[in-house]
Design a binder for this molecule. Structure first.
Ligand code: SF4
Ligand code: SF4
Ligand code: SF4
Ligand SMILES: [Zn+2]
Length: 508
């Protein structure tokens, strides 16, 4: 018997002249969604996924608009931290054994629980497909959470999603239950904001329970909302809700879906609003993904927005305050999935990217196997150690080389850090150090506050910007989903990497 069709196809693909060959994986055919052989190649400074379906032929999609960024990010891949328990065994092979099966390489950083499939909008770019037939009961939610806490020591952020979660008929009870769990440090709710804008009682509930309102905010222009979400008056609703969130001091975060040719120009305004208010705790930018209801939204897989494009947009939008070197992949999942930067509040004004303050190894160490720079006990002690070293170090002139490693003032991180004087100037560095000093003072004054309280002490003095590049049928990559830490926990006990569920399971 001769070589299989797929093998022959692969060899043919590998021989295309001019491509730099980086990897072979399994992806999906955009026409039939079957798993097919795929190649990841560099071409003209970009990185492409080239798939070949026996029935529908070859297709190509852009994975990264910068080959340099892609290659550099791969060097940040760290060893995963596997969960304590696996709900499934390995039988059919990935991705049929979700999940998790023992082949999975990472634990859960962020569970996203879909509590309803009802929504008061029908966004043309919706990642899911709402049919309005399902509502999760409190008892089921409790079972899901119990299973999560069996396999995870703690959960940094648990997200409720949908549909529109606030439309759940027992929403108050679900929130009350989740907010009372100590081992869940933060509960957030992904919302379009329509109900929140018109119901003061609902906003008060979030404030009282300290639940983060994760607001979908694609910009401020009516035209953007008409194209991406349907009703153009949503622009006014979002403005109104943002004002309420700020005035009423609700803990909140912003999520912007960025679509080529629609709302790139609005990123600057979103960033400005985000940085201006301490109760806006994180900003997530999601390049548009051709999944769920959004499969019908016109788009070209070869000109899509990718992570390096967003970094460049942020650089411009921040008027140079943010630099490409301030960003890096999250080492917990696959480096092509997430990119982040963390900013520290500078006393006296402004924000300083943490990467300019710490050495690369220390910075990545703080993030290892977590999506969030969580100030839990271990991380906090590491930061404390690094900061002692920074204080001990003489301030250096901007532009000089990194100082030599100092003797450590920390028991935790012996050969710890020195500020990168090449990137953080003296006054900014001092301002940021004063912020950290204040944080530790407050923590120390609270006795042993526990991680949940510590998170709250720290979070209003830092900013987190994430770029989350979900996959779709054009870019699906099995090697990425095996590292996934953002999952949908389902009622039957399964944990699905979000991209597996969105691309392969939802509305088959
Ligand atoms: S994605 Fe992970 S859990 Fe799912 S089948 Fe593959 S290895 Fe197993
Ligand atoms: S994207 Fe969100 S708000 Fe829009 S239809 Fe989907 S679930 Fe509803
Ligand atoms: S949800 Fe998709 S893009 Fe996000 S970490 Fe998981 S596999 Fe990667
Ligand atoms: Zn096909």
């Amino acid at each position: 018997m001769g070589p299989s069709f797929e093998w022959r196809l692969q060899v043919t693909l590998m021989s295309i002249a001019g491509d730099r060959h980086y990897d072979v994986t399994r992806s999906t055919c955009p026409a039939c969604r079957k798993l097919v052989c795929a190649r990841i190649v560099g071409r003209d400074g970009r990185v492409l996924m080239v798939t070949a379906c026996p029935d529908h032929g070859e297709s190509e999609a852009l994975i990264s608009s910068s080959e340099d960024y892609y290659l550099e990010s791969l060097s940040c891949l760290s060893r995963g931290s596997r969960p304590r328990e696996f709900a499934r065994t390995v039988s059919g092979g990935c991705p049929d054994d979700c999940g998790f099966c023992p082949d999975h390489e990472q634990h859960v950083c962020m569970p996203v629980i879909e509590i309803t499939d009802s929504c008061d909008l029908a966004c043309p770019i919706c990642l899911v497909e709402n049919v309005g037939q399902h509502e999760m009961s409190l008892a089921t939610l409790k079972e899901i959470v119990a299973r999560l806490l069996d396999s995870e020591e703690s959960i940094q952020v648990l997200n409720l999603s949908g549909g529109e979660p606030t439309m759940h008929s027992g929403y108050h009870k679900l929130l009350e239950y989740l907010a009372g769990i100590d081992r869940i440090f933060r509960v957030s709710v992904s919302t379009n904001g329509v109900r929140l804008a018109r119901e003061p009682g609902l906003r008060a509930l979030h404030k009282e329970l300290d639940v983060v309102v994760s607001l979908q905010l694609d910009g401020f222009s009516p035209d953007t909302y008409e194209r991406l979400r349907g009703p153009l008056e949503l622009a006014r609703t979002k403005q109104q809700l943002l004002q309420q969130i700020v005035e009423e001091e609700l803990p909140a975060s912003l999520t912007m879906t960025l679509v080529r040719g629609v709302n790139e120009a609005e990123l600057g305004q979103v960033l400005d609003v985000y940085l201006a208010h301490d109760n806006l705790l994180s900003l997530t930018i999601q390049p548009f993904t051709h999944a769920g209801h959004g499969r019908g939204f016109p788009h070209d897989p070869l000109t899509r927005i990718t992570i390096p494009d967003v970094i460049e947009l942020l650089r411009t939008a921040s008027r140079g305050v943010l630099r490409p070197s301030d960003f890096g992949p999250l080492p917990c999942c696959h480096p092509a999935c997430f990119c982040q930067t963390f900013l520290l509040k500078v006393e006296g004004g402004g924000w300083l990217p943490l990467k300019r303050l710490l050495r690369q190894g220390d910075y990545m160490g703080l993030l290892e196997n977590r999506s969030y720079m969580s100030p839990d006990g271990e991380n906090l002690e590491r930061i404390r150690g690094m900061v002692y070293d920074l204080w001990a170090a003489p301030a250096e002139e901007p532009g000089s080389a990194d100082g030599a490693t100092r003797g450590s003032g920390s028991a935790v991180q012996p050969a710890a850090t020195l500020a990168s004087a090449a990137s953080a100037d003296r006054s900014q560095r001092d301002g940021a150090l004063r912020t950290i000093k204040r944080i530790f003072k407050e923590i120390d004054a609270s006795g042993i506050p526990g991680p949940k309280r510590t998170v709250r002490i720290v979070e209003r003095r830092k900013k987190s910007i994430f770029i989350h590049q979900f996959m779709d049928v054009h870019t699906f990559d099995l090697s990425r989903v095996r590292r996934c830490c953002s999952v949908y926990p389902k009622e039957d006990g399964a944990l699905y990497p979000m991209c597996v569920y969105n691309v392969l399971r939802r509305c088959r």
